[in-house]
Design a protein around this ligand. Sequence first.
Ligand code: F3S
Length: 277
Amino acid sequence: MKVKVADKSGMCYGVKRALELVEAESEISTEIATLGPLIHNPQVVDRLKSLGVRVVKSVDEVQSGTIVMPSHGVPRDILSEAECIGLKVIDATCPFVSKVHKQVGALADEGYTVVVIGDEGHSEVKAIMSAGGEGALVIGNAEEASRVDWSGKKVGVVCQTTQTPERFKEVLEVVKKSAEEVKAFNTICYATHDRQTSARNLCPQVDAMVVVGGKNSANTTRLAEICAESGVVTYHVEVADEICPDWFGGMDIIGLTAGASTPDWIIKEVIDFLERI
Ligand code: F3S
């Protein structure tokens, strides 16, 4: 098979930075834990485990050493909790996510009801919500937005960094119809935007798309949705072993994109596999 790779795909600045911070720490410390997976890629998290980096669910599982906050951020009280008990804290939150926390905090201080457009329960969204005060809401789509009474409210809107511009726009339009005042920040990060645009552009040129990345990765899942919505047959895989050659019967050109937390070595394995079909 011929494989065409999207111009922009694979690991982003924030994920690379988080990995570099942990790898550097692993050279000077033998006790390192990350609060939840450092990034949303199970294969990379397994690699870190082989360097002695364990994953914990809560700060109280760590008695000593270093705790690393993941790239998608944590609720702010957790950072202070870890510092209070004397752990060395490395905050690997992506700077773009930290910026959203600041914007949301400012909106809450100015009296806006904070709305985060995103996936309820996702760790990045939970962390953003924690900066948005008690009245903050998560809205997943326009239909959910239409079920809320916005009348008389001052609403401050941001979105999860991995959302699509379409989703941001459709929710914003619903809120604007009845809210008294709306202040909105499109907080989709440049890496997400570039990967989505590249994938969209590639779809019409190929017979099928393979999207590589963690099944728990919001931005990878969004890429797979974008490709499928364009009408091309789309497969979301984490590793080459998941690919079945029968998927591509009668096809010549396969498009490939990868999420912002997918390392180059996994992408290369998938390309090699596809080229051998
Ligand atoms: Fe940061 Fe965007 Fe990557 S928010 S972690 S640069 S996908």
